[in-house]
Structure formats: C-alpha cells, structure tokens
Unconditional design. Structure first.
Ligand SMILES: NC(=O)c1ccc[n+]([C@@H]2O[C@H](COP(=O)([O-])OP(=O)(O)OC[C@H]3O[C@@H](n4cnc5c(N)ncnc54)[C@H](OP(=O)(O)O)[C@@H]3O)[C@@H](O)[C@H]2O)c1
Length: 426
C-alpha cells in the first residue's frame, strides 16, 4: 500500500479532529482511499500537552516545513501571517500543501499557486469552502467539461443558523446569536461571519475556480446580516420568501460579478429550504444546467473530512492543473447584477403620501410588484408614520442605492430606508 508522509501544523479545532481521525480510524482511509497516511511530525506552539498521541511534536512550526521526511504540510493555524510564511517555506522545500485557510487562499491564492507551480507541488484547499461538502472537487474535477454561468450558495453556517432561528422561533438577532454561541456554532468573536467577510472570502475562491478570475477578495461586494430584523423575517414569510445570506457569482459577456448579501429567496427555490447551520451551493453550467451540493459547512469533523480527502487525492497525483493564465480584468467595474428588491420604510399617514412614493419609483422607471401598508391602530392618525414594504422589479446595486437615497430624501418618509435583494435563479 502507498504511504503518504505528512506534517500537521496547528492543533486547534480542525487540527485536533484531523489527528483524532487519522489516529483512531486509519483503516477507513486505507480501505476507501488505498493509502496509509503517516503523521511524521506535528507543529504545536504549546507542545506535547495539546497532542494526546505518541507523535513527534515540535514547537517551532518552521521545523515541519523543512523536515525532509515529509511529503505534505497540512496548515491548520489560520490567518495570513505565519500560515503564509509556513506554506511558502514548505513549498520551497518541495512539499505539497493541504489547508483549510479561506482567508489566506482568498487573499494570496494567486502567488501561492504560482509558487507551487514553479516548485512542481500542489495545494489542496477543499476544506476552505463548505467544510465537509465537496464543492471545490465539483468545480475542479466533476464539472471540468462544462462552462459555469453562475453559482449561488449559502456558505456560512453561523449566519444560516441565526436566520433560521429568527424565522422559526421569532428570536431576535441577539438571542439567535447567543444560541449559536452556546451550541459552539459561532465563535466568541463572530464578526467575520456576521459581517459577511467569511462568505465573501469563500465566494472569491469559488469565482477563481468557476470563472478563472484572480483570487481577489477585494473584488467581492458584500454585506452582513446585522440589519436583518425579526420584522423583515415576518414580512418575508408573509410574501412567501425565506431570508438567507446568499453568495452569488455570475459571468455575463465576459464580465464577472461576485457578491454576498442577505437575500429574500422565494420559498419554491431549493436554497430557501436550507436551514440550521447547513451549507448549500447551486452551480449552473451552460451544458448541463443546475447541480446542487448540500451538507455541513463547518465544524471540526466535517472540515477534517475535507482535509483527509485532499490527502488521499494527493496520494493519487492531485488535481488537474490548467496552463491558462488567470484573467486580471474580468471582474465587472461595478456590480451590475440585477435583482428585485425588498424596501422597508416608514411613511407618514397622509393623503397622497403613497402616491408620491410610487412616483419616486415611476420616475426611475422601476416597477412596484407588491406593496404592504400596515393599518394605523390609533384615533389620532395625523403625523403618524406607518411601515410600508415594497417589492420592486429588478435593479442593480447602484440603482438600488440611488433609489434608497431618493426615498430617504422624501419629506413623507422617516428614518433610514432598508433594502435587500430578492433572489431568482436564472
Ligand atoms: N473550525 C471550523 O469549523 C473551520 C471550518 C473551515 C475552515 N476552518 C479553517 O481552519 C483553520 C483552523 O481553524 P480552527 O477552527 O481549528 O482554529 P483554532 O481552533 O483557533 O486552532 C488554531 C491552531 O493554530 C495554532 N496557532 C494559531 N496561530 C499560531 C501561531 N502564530 N503560531 C503557532 N500556532 C498558532 C493555535 O495554537 P494555540 O492553541 O496555541 O493558540 C491552534 O492550535 C482556519 O484557517 C479556519 O479558517 C475552520
């Protein structure tokens, strides 16, 4: 049987699960994958105390990158500082890399893949998007005979759990976040999940694979879920939508748009049914139409499962490597994807106010598809603001922001106007 000799750097949630899996059930990988994975060395800055197995542990992680007995360095420390230095050093020492580090791939992917190519080694990063659900493998291998037109996905389990709880139990955002933290589904500092950064990093990785763009996280437009209120979720239900955080990438006439926004998804769409902490990705190809991938998107065991799958792939020669140069200029200059929109605003309870509101839409040649105005339950109806929700026809991000600004400038509206996208699979 083949043997693959690895060094593992980082023994946190994921690193610990990789060691546990390989130490406790090596026979599953040997039987299914036809390879014996041998852990030659572990890099853990706290030393042997965090590694409950009889393994060679070093506290200087660079030792692992330079160890001549190792074929593959598994990087599971995260971040873009030491992780980058470590990977570069290991590549220069002729080692393949397996990593779960989406921040690093989304920010420095191009230089790392170039360095790997120069040194004739490969980088596995299945664990960086959708954890245990093999979406990178689908794009790199399964769909290799196709041209991808668009993808849409729920790529962050924490935000999906929060939105699901807000919908099922009418929880507030704060309570749903606390529940996620209590269940270990959200980090103590969940900023990168909540503000959309995590999903945007993953979307930029998918974009590089789907559309041959650079690994350029800065070209993704994104927004988090912090402005989604229980009231928005109630309106969504009333209008037959689920509120989801959707990463979306498309190529039209050679121009690529990649984004990640809270989005109203019609109840009939598959993505609207993806609840709790689960991830899902729909990939639409010109030749075969839609394929959909659903499963656990994070957590130690699913992520370790993806890391080990990459190791088995490496033992079989790795992945197809394209000679095609990455396209530096195919990102659209501005986000020109068209989406219907949900607007939520407060309008004064006066004759003619709704007519004036409608005229703002008409002046911009934007259709109103639905309008909900709540009845006022008070006797003194003068100068009372009532909530109004409008579903508009399709408009780009810039048009939506312009319309939102125009609505906020109206004398008849109070506070800020909220707007979210409405998803429609093409
Ligand atoms: N957790 C998930 O569900 C998940 C899912 C998908 C991808 N990922 C990715 O997997 C990677 C690891 O995540 P994790 O959840 O396992 O993180 P974690 O629990 O925080 O573990 C990180 C490990 O790296 C070590 N480390 C961090 N900085 C270091 C440094 N400068 N020098 C030496 N050691 C250092 C930590 O050591 P100490 O213990 O000494 O601090 C710890 O052992 C990240 O790139 C993450 O984005 C995680």
């Amino acid at each position: 049987m083949k043997t693959l000799k690895i060094g593992v750097c980082g023994v946190g949630n994921v690193g610990g699960a990789v060691l546990e899996n390989l130490a406790n059930s090596p026979d599953i990988v040997e039987e299914n994958g036809g390879v014996r994975i041998e852990i030659i060395q572990v890099g853990a800055r706290k030393g042997k105390s965090v590694v409950p197995y009889d393994l060679d542990v070093v506290t200087d992680l660079m030792e692992v990158a330079r160890n001549p007995k190792i074929d593959v360095l598994v990087e599971l420390i995260g971040g873009c500082d030491l992780a980058k230095d470590l990977i570069e050093e290991a590549i220069k020492n002729g080692k393949h890399i397996v990593t779960a580090n989406k921040a690093l791939i989304a920010t420095h992917g191009d230089e790392l893949f170039e360095l790997a190519k120069e040194n004739k080694v490969q980088i596995g990063f299945e664990a960086s998007v959708a954890g245990g659900t093999p979406v990178i493998k689908a794009l790199r291998e399964g769909l290799v005979a196709n041209k991808v037109n668009w993808f849409a996905g729920i790529l962050n389990g924490t935000t999906n759990f929060i939105l699901s709880k807000m919908s099922e139990n009418q929880s507030s955002f704060k309570d749903a976040l606390k529940e996620a933290q209590d269940l270990g589904l959200a980090e103590a500092d969940p900023t990168m999940d909540i503000d959309g950064t995590d999903a945007a990093q993953k979307a930029s990785i998918l974009s590089a694979l789907a559309f041959n763009t650079l690994y350029d996280f800065n070209s993704v437009s994104y927004e988090g879920i912090e402005n989604v209120s229980p009231e928005d979720i109630v309106y969504a239900e009333q209008l037959e939508y689920s509120v989801k955080h959707i990463a979306y990438g498309s190529i039209v006439d050679g121009e690529v748009n990649v984004s990640a926004f809270p989005t109203f998804v019609p109840k009939g769409q598959l993505l609207s049914q993806v609840g709790q902490q689960m991830n899902a990705l729909e990939i639409f190809c010109e030749e075969i139409g839609s394929t959909v991938y659903y499963g656990p998107g994070a957590g130690p065991k699913p992520t370790a499962s993806a890391v080990i799958a990459d190791l088995v792939d490496l033992s079989n020669g790795g992945w197809p490597v394209s000679d095609k140069k990455r396209n530096k200029n195919n990102f659209a200059k501005e986000d020109n994807q068209n989406f219907g929109r949900y607007f939520n605003l407060n309008v004064i309870n006066q004759a003619g106010a709704i007519a004036k509101l409608s005229s703002v839409f008409a002046d911009s040649q934007i259709s109103i598809e639905a309008l909900i105005q709540k009845e006022t339950k008070t006797n003194n109806k003068e100068n009372i603001y009532v909530p109004v929700v409008i579903i508009s026809g399709p408009l780009t991000e810039i048009e939506a922001i312009q319309l939102k600004n125009n609505l906020e400038l109206m004398e008849e509206t109070s506070d800020s106007v909220k707007q979210f996208r409405i998803y429609n699979a093409i």
